[in-house]
Design a protein around this ligand. Structure first.
Ligand SMILES: [Zn+2]
Length: 227
């Protein structure tokens, strides 16, 4: 009899020499592996650690509030700027979705509700990050080429070499203070590409509350999703 092997949610290969396992607060298993690792090797490492994986999942489930899978039904709540608003279905056709004390979704759009929400969050995140950046650009003289809103699941923002910043559409689900921190974090990466002491000092200078924001994301980040 073979023991059941834990499901792997994501495999991240890099130049590392050893394997690393991580359980996210919502119980997903992320495996970090050397570039040349075979599927069989990865499976073996995971099987060997199955007791630790089960124990860690149980501990995290007790520690972090868990969420139910989305059904987009009346009363289900959705995040916006750190608050949760209930969903109401309306007979109105346009706009397909708006937020006014509650999220009002047109019944006609219900079958594609997830995409309607993604589009809405995407537009909001773009508007909020752009307007925040405008302030920081003037005040601190950063140079940004462009902003892209992505569907990234595990990162809130990223910075690619040529002055382009990326933010996930989920970002505007977080409180504004947290959004500010993520924007500042990526802006500072334009000047300092690593997470050195110098980098964090620069983040702290512009965004003194950064540690609270980081802690908030660590605790609530896994809840900010449409899954
Ligand atoms: Zn960073």
């Amino acid at each position: 009899m073979t023991p059941s092997s834990p499901n792997i949610s994501q495999i991240i290969r890099s130049n590392r020499k050893t394997f690393g396992l991580e359980i996210t607060p919502d119980g997903r298993l992320i495996v970090r592996a050397p570039k040349a690792a075979t599927q069989a090797q990865i499976k073996a490492v995971v099987a060997q650690k199955s007791a630790w994986i089960a124990k860690t999942r149980a501990r995290l489930a007790a520690q972090y509030p868990q969420r139910q899978p989305r059904t987009f039904t009346e009363g289900e709540t959705f995040w916006y700027l750190g608050e949760q608003y209930p969903l109401r279905l309306t007979d109105r056709v346009r706009p397909t979705l708006d937020l006014n004390g509650a999220f009002h979704l047109s019944r006609q759009a219900h079958s594609r509700a997830r995409q309607v929400f993604i589009d809405w969050y995407r537009a909001e995140t773009r508007q909020i990050t752009l307007s925040l950046m405008e302030t920081y650009l003037q005040q601190y003289g950063f140079k940004v080429n462009g902003v892209r809103i992505t569907s990234a699941r595990t990162r809130w923002g990223s910075c690619s070499g040529k002055g382009n910043l990326n933010f996930t559409y989920r970002l505007c689900m977080a409180p504004l203070l947290v959004v500010e921190y993520v924007v500042v974090h990526e802006l500072v990466h334009l000047k300092i590409p690593n997470h050195s002491r110098h980098f964090w000092a620069e983040v702290a200078r512009i965004n003194p509350a950064w540690q609270e924001s980081r802690a908030w994301l660590k605790r609530h980040g896994h809840l900010l999703t449409l899954d």
